[in-house]
Design a binder for this molecule. Structure first.
Ligand SMILES: [Zn+2]
Ligand SMILES: [Zn+2]
Length: 138
């Protein structure tokens, strides 16, 4: 993946951003919060240098003590998750203007995924327990 800034935004166009995509793959989260938040699995790419050129309708939701989520208050597009300390940002792989044609890297919280759907390919899968252990450094 090149490190040039890419542009993106919400469905109605009121929120516009640029960001540099850091990852060479997209990851999928099947946790209950993400599934409600985007009405499906959240599929994101790690990004840096997030900057907004239009943000009048930008909403920020505190989804936990350590993280917040970014969305458009006009159209409801949910497009970003970031740690409050700024050390990690993931943006929806589908919020960019040019589609990101990236392979699936890892699926997390797979134990919370309903049996209704399955993603293509054979990406690495991590359960809630494995994800929490990873973040706690165990
Ligand atoms: Zn919008
Ligand atoms: Zn999630």
């Amino acid at each position: 993946m090149t490190s040039e800034a890419r542009t993106g935004g919400c469905a109605c166009g009121a929120v516009r951003f640029s960001a540099t995509v850091k990852s060479d793959h997209m990851d999928a989260c099947h946790c209950g919060t993400c599934r409600k938040w985007v009405a499906g699995p959240f599929m994101g790419v790690e990004a840096t240098d997030l900057a907004f050129s239009a943000d009048e309708t930008l909403g920020v939701w505190d989804s936990s003590e350590w993280a917040e989520r970014l969305f458009c208050t006009a159209c409801g597009t949910s497009f970003g998750y970031r740690l409050k300390d700024g050390s990690f940002i993931t943006l929806s792989a589908f919020a960019f203007d040019e589609p990101l044609d990236l392979p699936l890297g890892v699926e997390i919280f797979v134990d919370m995924k309903p049996s209704t759907y399955a993603l293509a390919g054979d990406a690495k899968k991590m359960t809630s327990h494995e994800v929490i252990a990873l973040f706690q450094g165990n």
